[in-house]
Design a protein around this ligand. Structure first.
Ligand code: NA7
Length: 540
């Protein structure tokens, strides 16, 4: 038994979530020796860590899975329109068993340091377990949303109750009959609050900015619906991947401006979407300009506000829950969020009116002197998203420059969200400036592209016996960065602070972090790159 050893392999995948699982499978299918490592004790990535009550994907179940397993798509069961965390995790485990991938995975193992060995043309990857992998290719599938964001609040360590971040939710927590404070009301906070309100003795939502949320439309799937999906799956994926921006399974509205119809028609269109359910649907299927035109945005916002007003009975609570910003963050949906505030044990504390002053041994004290005594504080405060995972670990490229240093002057830059100049033979899944869309088809797209690039590079194996090198050029990286900047310019998301533009973590640089051109357009770009002999990469 060695405490430290070196293992030579063809490819190392970091992360065993949605992206890492598929990438590992692809490498093995190509006949490469490959391993996947993960900090967690099992597979699942995001769906391993986010086991908080109410955690659910808000992509419809038939699209929240891999698109490439035709047989599994027909037979794998899903009985509700949206899948909860436990079901997503079960599905991912099922895929891992189905392809016998587990024996190529190493858990409880964190990448601590990765350095490109210029002469040997391999990545030397040190891990927490002591093993150093020497891999010709490195794929980081670290997740978009995994480095937790904790607010800086004085006294936080003095608190004597239980405290949990939703992104690292331990098994076996019971909130039954407890006094609970929830800080944060993004999509996570909204899900938690909706789920636990009925069980807790008292719930306080400590809310900075009120959010817009529409009904999810969660309900049981009837067999007829499933039969129709199964019959049309191929066509469904084609629309999702090659015709759609958001990849949520509906056609985005391309040609109907909000103001092009009269008020009554507008209301009908909103009502129809409201009844169908889904946050992305409400924002992108109804009209073509809600996320780009302020007047249009205001119409959608006013509609949702009128719904909040009817739902929340207590006028004081309703006032505090009423959004004040534009409707231009990640669109949310819920299964009865606002309704929870009609319970006598559920209240909202507006941090605009009374900011948190201190966390005390007993709970939370706000600026009006009120001390909320709490058995549990839940931090639903989100993540240092997208690049946060990359800048915390030491990945050193060709010139001994780390990824963090490479990104320091400009913000996170990539070619196509998956490659960085100076970092040969390294690919990211959902790196900065990847498409802003339903995640699994974006992952499938990137994994398949990365695998094709690697396959092409493998064909250039030199007679000298040297390992092939593939690297994005500086020019292609700056071109993609400009393109992402360009397509996001008209978006109201860019004017509204949230994690999507790096505006949720104090001190973090605001930056373009996604490609807003849509999945179909992204895939077109990838096809062009491939067709033109991997244009934008150097190979050899
Ligand atoms: P989000 O969407 O970043 O939401 C975080 C929430 O936490 C949001 O309501 C923040 O308020 C709040 N927050 C953050 N810092 C503080 C401090 N210091 N004090 C009070 N409140 C704070 O994270 P989620 O986990 O909900 O969702 C992230 C993504 O995961 C989501 O979009 C899905 O795609 C999956 P704010 O609104 O900024 O005022």
């Amino acid at each position: 038994h060695h405490s430290s050893q070196t293992r030579d392999i063809d490819a190392l995948v970091v992360g065993a979530g949605f992206g890492g699982i598929y990438q590992l499978k692809k490498f093995l299918d190509m006949g490469l020796s490959a391993k996947a490592i993960d900090t967690a004790s099992d597979v699942g990535g995001t769906w391993f860590w986010n086991q908080y009550p109410g955690a659910m994907s808000d992509t419809e179940a038939y699209l929240y899975r891999y698109s490439w397993d035709v047989e599994d798509l027909q037979s794998y069961p899903w009985d509700k329109h949206y899948v909860y965390q436990a079901e997503v995790l079960k599905y991912l485990k099922h895929v891992v068993e189905r392809y016998d991938l587990r024996r190529h995975m190493v858990f409880n193992t964190t990448l601590t340091d990765a350095t490109w060995d210029y002469d040997a043309r391999v990545w030397a990857v040190k891990t927490s377990g002591g093993t150093t992998f020497r891999a010709r290719y490195l794929v980081t599938a670290l997740g978009l949303l995994s480095k937790q964001n904790f607010p800086v609040i004085s006294g936080i360590d003095s608190y004597r109750g239980e405290k949990y971040h939703t992104g690292a939710w331990p098994a076996g927590v019971s909130l039954q009959g407890k006094r609970v404070g929830v800080i944060g009301n993004g999509s996570t906070g909204v899900q938690v609050i909706t789920e636990i309100s009925k069980d807790v003795a008292q719930l306080y939502s400590f809310q900075r900015n009120p959010q817009y949320s529409v009904p999810s439309g969660q309900r049981a799937v009837d067999p007829e619906y499933r039969r129709r999906v199964n019959e049309n799956y191929q066509e469904i994926w084609r629309q999702v991947k090659d015709e759609s921006k958001t990849a949520f399974g509906f056609p985005e509205n391309e040609d109907r401006p909000t103001m092009s119809v009269d008020a009554e028609t507008r209301k009908e269109i909103f009502e129809t979407a409201w009844a169908k359910g889904g946050g992305f649907r409400f924002m992108f299927e109804t009209f073509n300009d809600i996320s780009t035109d302020e007047a249009a945005n205001e119409q959608a916002a006013d509609f949702i506000k009128s719904k909040i007003r009817t739902k929340v009975k207590d006028p004081a609570k309703a006032r505090k829950l009423m959004p004040t910003q534009m409707y231009a963050r990640r669109p949310l949906c819920d299964a009865g969020y606002y309704e929870q505030f009609n319970r006598s044990n559920v209240d909202v504390v507006s941090l605009h009116e009374t900011p948190i002053e201190q966390i005390t041994p007993k709970g939370i004290r706000t600026s009006d002197g009120v001390e909320y005594e709490l058995d549990v504080i839940i931090f639903a405060t989100g993540f240092d998203a997208v690049d946060g995972n990359y800048t915390r670990i030491a990945i050193k490229g060709r010139d001994g420059v780390s990824l963090k240093e490479h990104w320091e002057p400009t913000g996170p830059t990539t070619f196509l969200g998956l490659a960085v100049t100076g970092f040969p033979n390294m690919f990211m899944i959902l790196g900065p400036n990847s498409p802003f869309s339903n995640i699994p088809p974006a992952i499938d797209t990137q994994v398949e592209f990365i695998s094709d690039v690697v396959e092409a590079a493998e064909k250039t194996k030199q007679e000298s016996g040297k390992n092939p090198i593939i690297e994005a050029t500086a020019k292609s990286e700056s071109m993609w960065t400009d393109e992402c900047d360009r397509v996001s310019r008209g978006s109201l998301f860019r004017k509204t602070d949230s994690w999507i533009f790096g505006a949720n973590v104090p001190g973090k640089r605001h930056a373009v972090m996604f490609y807003f051109g849509g999945l179909a357009e992204y895939r077109k770009t990838l096809r062009k790159v491939a067709k033109n002999g991997w244009d934008g990469f150097t190979m050899g």
